[in-house]
Design a protein around this ligand. Structure first.
Ligand SMILES: Nc1ncnc2c1ncn2[C@@H]1O[C@H](COP(=O)(O)OP(=O)(O)O)[C@@H](O)[C@H]1O
Ligand SMILES: [Mg+2]
Length: 325
């Protein structure tokens, strides 16, 4: 699939809150893409909380990104380990050695650049929860990273907070060399932390007052992100209606055009599989979760113009209704 020298498609998977289902989703998506014939790397970058290996049925014995960051390993590619799935390799997280919080910036840069050169069609990146700088850097490796959330209001709010922090961090990094602008922005960010709802549009305007050209550049660079949302642990297909509100909030507050990749049902088999140290998709190829995931995999392989919410809800209803084989 990948042309010689071509870069892999990077798919970072983030969430505002822990426990949203990132790691199960990352593992399952990686398996599905590999089953469709792609060369895939599932990368565990939830440093400090690495557990992607469990969802892939692997032990936690290999050196990984943690060792790379400690400069004990020079080449990320050499850390890839095979899995029991054809075409799927695993990049371990912090393995046995505990995570080091302060990554030297040179190593951070090396990590980002080597991830983009891994020999694969897709690199799926399982991230830690929250808005650590590292996490935001990794999320920014793609224009259209995936944010997964449960359908609880606090989880959805946290997903929006993550994207807001992501936008604010990206904007500030573009003004790094302009002390007066940076100072104004930081003051505005600080005020908004007190409850005022600072929008990204207001931030752009603030930059505009200093330097219209820089403002235009910032709008172009930051406004081009198109996050894709996955809603997990649903009981009803109709719950996906909320996506419309999330999309319009994102447009209004973050000036971002987002899209909805789909809905995954709550499926007790998911948790049970992990408890038994089994790979969920292997044991349960045809459950509501697996069907939702298959539909999302297709949309990732062949992005449609823009799936309509009504169609996504109708589709999700069939995943729930289809008889288990
Ligand atoms: N759709 C689902 N139905 C039932 N359980 C789920 C579902 N998605 C995830 N889980 C369970 O929720 C827990 C957290 O999932 P995990 O992927 O580890 O979250 P995260 O990586 O976001 O912290 C795990 O026990 C997992 O098995
Ligand atoms: Mg996780």
């Amino acid at each position: 699939m990948q042309k010689l020298g071509a870069r892999p498609v990077i798919i970072p998977i983030a969430s505002g809150k822990g426990g949203a289902g990132k790691s199960v989703f990352a593992a399952s998506l990686a398996i599905n893409l590999a089953r469709r014939g792609a060369r895939v790397v599932a990368a565990d970058l939830d440093l400090g909380g690495s557990n992607l290996h469990t969802y892939l049925g692997l032990p936690n014995t290999n050196p990984g990104v943690g060792d790379f960051l400690k400069q004990q390993r020079r080449e990320l590619q050499k850390l890839l380990v095979p899995t029991s799935f054809n075409g799927l390799r695993f990049l371990p997280g912090d393995g046995k050695t505990p995570f080091m919080a302060n990554i030297p910036s040179q190593q951070r840069f090396l990590l980002l650049s080597q991830l983009q050169q891994l020999p694969a069609d897709y690199v799926i990146i399982d991230l830690g929860a929250g808005s650590a700088l590292n996490t935001m850097n990794l999320f920014g490796l793609a224009r259209n990273g995936i944010v997964i959330t449960t359908l609880d209001t606090p989880a959805m709010m946290n997903a929006l907070v993550f994207l807001r922090n992501f936008m604010f961090a990206n904007i500030i990094s573009l003004t790094a060399k302009r002390a007066p602008i940076k100072k104004d922005l930081l003051a505005a960010y600080r005020r908004s932390a007190g409850g005022a709802n600072l929008t990204v549009e207001e931030v752009y305007r603030l930059i505009e007052r200093h330097d219209p050209l820089l403002a235009r550049e910032t709008r172009k660079r930051c406004g081009g992100f198109q996050p894709r949302l996955v809603y997990n642990m649903a009981d009803e297909a109709e719950e996906l209606q909320v996506a419309q509100r999330i999309e319009s909030t994102m447009k209004k507050n973050l000036s971002l055009q987002s899209s909805t990749l789909g809905l995954l049902f709550h499926d007790p088999a998911v948790r049970l599989a992990v408890r038994k140290n089994r790979v969920f998709l292997q044991d349960h190829p045809d459950t509501p979760y697996a069907r939702g995931l298959a539909a999302i995999t297709e949309r990732i392989l062949q992005p449609p113009a823009a799936p309509r919410l009504d169609d996504l809800i109708r589709e999700a209803a069939t995943h729930r209704a289809a008889p288990a084989r």
